[in-house]
Design a protein around this ligand. Structure first.
Ligand code: BG6
Length: 517
């Protein structure tokens, strides 16, 4: 008797269960290399290097995988390897294994140079050609631009000049772009033009790391795998939506990036508008990338700020105070920030989505640094029941029903509804029903960058916004930014609070209140 492969069907018949199982296993990337520009920055150390190692540790990188760093420092390959090793030991999600590390470090290269240095880019091209030979990367290369947008044009030009951007029939070239993708609609259009002159849109992967989070992808699963939610997911039942991304950290050490950018450009333009798009979009006909991204484009095209902007938006700047038991300084005392800096560290805006499904439903978005606690959530808050057959004495003041998608840190979904308090009287009070990732699944979630890097290597673009989404997001935000630029300095708020008072009055004017997660 011959032994069958586990899962293989008798007589070679097609076994549908086997396909199902195969889809659940992450695929190993084919032969390829990843070149990182901006390799000495924080993102690279804290996110990219650890993610590469974690993928290697999970067996998802090909045997000959190569990582090449390009930066101004006069490092050797060994220096760069040492930097990666430190980053991995400090920040990787999975345990350090010498055997995995030894294999990975064999494919590590470093090319010193500046972006305008032709010779350095010629060296880079020679290094990658050598890797194709000795590591078997087969001409497949992704270029990760973890650099300021002002450097995109020169790097793209150099990649074109050296032939590194040119696709072949037998191999691929891809470019991965970190935010910020411009600082307004005009600059985003220019950047898209610069990138698309060199790489075709199919080879461009714009990173929004929120889309790599499991809980964010689960918005689609929850909405489109179930029959329960869709009938009430519209203006007949939804009173408003609150999208909150609160952080307790301050901006120490990030002045170089953040000063002059501010909370709205840093996270509303990308992460929060992507969360809105996933919450408000229509169902895609399939999970084909074009179908999915097409629906996001439609909903972003229909989204605009509600005015008047001095009443429907708020912005603030944190001052010193207490964050839990820790005393912290205000933005103006943080190293690198101009004492007169008008950069906002808190931003709240009101949007409307002009579609049949959402007409008249406000979407309130807020984000801030040094807030009461770290939490990102989407709260869909429902209209009140039209009639309550209870005496006033029977109920506490009932809140509205709400469905809260807890993106992080306590990942899950909560539904809030009124329930009878046990006892002889008909007393009703709000309760919550919880789904927790931690208790429902044994698997831990990969980091967002692990998922997204692997998708780049596979050429799987679904979780990367297209150029049009980025431009539409700026189009939504630009009027708000222009209004703020003309409106003077942001309002101070104490560290550890929930933002400036104007944020509370902004929502209170509409007869609603912010959730205090
Ligand atoms: C980044 C922002 O995109 O997201 C940071 O630039 C922010 O300011 C970070 O702190 C938050 O990411 P996460 O995954 O910790 O919520």
């Amino acid at each position: 008797m011959t032994r069958r492969e586990p899962g293989s069907a008798a007589g070679g018949r097609h076994n549908p269960l086997r396909d199902v199982r195969d889809k659940r296993l992450p695929r190993i990337a084919g032969p390829c290399g990843l070149t990182i520009f901006g390799v000495t920055g924080d993102l690279s150390r804290k996110k990219l290097m650890p993610a590469i190692y974690d993928l290697a540790n999970r067996g998802l990188l090909p045997p000959g995988f190569a990582v090449t760093g390009f930066a101004r420092r006069q490092w050797t390959h060994q220096d760069f390897g040492e930097m990666i090793r430190q980053a991995v030991t400090e920040h990787a999600r999975t345990p350090f294994r010498q055997v995995v590390w030894d294999r990975l470090v064999e494919g590590v290269r470093f090319v010193p140079g500046t972006f305008d240095d032709d010779e350095a880019f010629d060296n880079l091209a020679a290094t990658l050609a050598d890797l194709d030979r000795v590591r078997g990367t087969s001409g497949n290369h992704a270029f990760y631009l973890a650099i300021p947008p002002s450097a995109f044009p020169v790097v793209c030009k150099q990649l074109a000049r050296t032939g590194l951007a040119a696709q072949g029939d037998e191999y691929w070239r891809r470019v991965v772009i970190e935010k910020p993708f411009g600082h307004d609609l005009h600059s985003a259009r220019e950047l898209n033009q610069v990138v698309n002159d060199v790489f075709c849109e199919d080879s461009v992967f714009r990173i929004d790391h929120y889309l790599g989070k499991e809980t964010v992808q689960n918005i689609l699963a929850m909405r489109f795998a179930n029959q329960l939610f869709d009938p009430i997911w519209n203006s007949n039942y939804v009173d408003h939506v609150q999208i909150t991304m609160a952080e307790d950290i301050g901006l120490g050490g990030r002045a170089g990036y953040y000063d002059g950018i501010g909370a709205a450009r840093d996270v509303i333009q990308n992460h929060l508008l992507q969360l809105l798009a996933l919450t408000a979009m229509e169902d895609p006909v399939s999970f084909h990338p074009a179908a999915l991204r097409g629906e996001k484009v439609k909903v972003l095209s229909a989204t605009r700020p509600v005015g008047p902007l001095d009443e429907t938006t708020a912005r603030g700047q944190y001052t010193g105070g207490w964050q839990g038991s820790q005393q912290v300084v205000g933005l103006h005392e943080e190293a690198g920030f101009d004492p007169d800096s008008a950069t906002e560290t808190f931003a709240a805006i009101t949007l409307e989505v002009g579609t049949r499904r959402w007409g008249g439903v406000p979407f309130f978005l807020r984000t801030g640094k040094r807030l009461g606690r770290r939490v990102t959530e989407i709260a869909v808050v429902f209209t009140r029941a039209p009639h309550l057959p209870f005496d006033d004495t029977m109920t506490e003041e009932l809140g509205r029903n709400a469905l809260v998608i807890r993106v992080q840190p306590d990942e899950g979904v909560t539904i809030r509804f009124g329930s009878k308090v046990p006892g002889t009287a008909m007393e009703v009070r709000d309760v919550t029903m919880d789904f927790n990732y931690g208790t429902s699944f044994t698997e831990t979630s990969p980091d967002a960058y692990e998922r997204l890097l692997l998708d780049v290597l596979h050429g799987e673009p679904s979780l990367f916004p297209v150029g049009q989404e980025v431009e539409l997001s700026w189009q939504i935000l630009d009027p708000v930014l222009a209004h703020w630029a003309a409106a003077g300095t942001p309002e101070p708020y104490p560290a550890g609070s929930w933002g400036p008072e104007s944020a509370d009055s902004m929502i209170a004017r509409t007869g609603r209140v912010w959730r205090r997660p």
